[in-house]
Design a protein around this ligand. Structure first.
Ligand SMILES: [Zn+2]
Length: 194
């Protein structure tokens, strides 16, 4: 059932470019890589972080992998995508490869729709394709709040394609489990004065 829905979605995504087709050769790849992303999300949950996990795959090789580390680092920008991207930069540097060339052939697999900040970052480095699980109703940058990812009129970076909905219910479920817990680092609610 899961695979069926995704197949339909991929077929309806009419204007996927040749470059994108090269990146996602088949559904097996999506299943394999998203499995790892979901493991990363579980790891985040176990560590008291917003449960988002992701990986960046270049020519069938994982070159970056991350989970949310905001609470651990006390740095609000350490989203899974940013953690993974730092590894991609290091991977390129150590092999003397051009970052933008590599990114142009890299797919991001992530359990939750990237936020506005991460979507903007992914545009800037020319990542052509994102495969994600559930939407991000609070901060989503691929359509839920703003459409940073595939807006052709934006002047920064290049627009990218998204394949959404893979194991979406499961991704939402993990998020719900997190938000039900008390977040030790959340600011205390201020009493509103009359
Ligand atoms: Zn983000």
């Amino acid at each position: 059932m899961r695979g069926e829905g995704l197949r339909t979605r991929m077929q309806t995504c009419g204007n996927i470019s040749h470059r994108v087709k090269q990146n996602v050769s088949n559904l097996d790849d999506i299943q394999r890589w998203m499995e790892v992303a979901f493991d990363m999300a579980s790891e985040a949950l176990e560590n008291g972080e917003v449960p988002v996990g992701c990986l960046m795959v270049y020519r069938n090789e994982v070159i970056g992998k991350g989970r949310n580390e905001v609470n651990d680092t006390k740095n609000a920008t350490r989203h899974a995508e940013m953690v993974a991207f730092d590894q991609v930069m290091e991977w390129c540097r150590s092999r003397d490869l051009d970052l933008k060339d590599v990114c142009a052939q890299t797919t991001l697999y992530v359990t939750v729709e990237p936020c506005i900040m991460c979507s903007a970052a992914l545009r800037l480095v020319n990542i052509p394709l994102i495969v994600y699980g559930c939407g991000n109703e609070r901060f989503g940058g691929c359509g839920s709040v703003l459409n940073i990812a595939s807006d052709d009129d934006l002047l920064t970076g290049s627009s990218l394609k998204c394949i959404s909905g893979y194991r979406a219910e499961e991704a939402v479920d993990v998020l719900k489990r997190f938000y039900k817990q008390e977040n030790p680092n959340a600011p205390k609610c201020k009493v509103r004065k009359a």
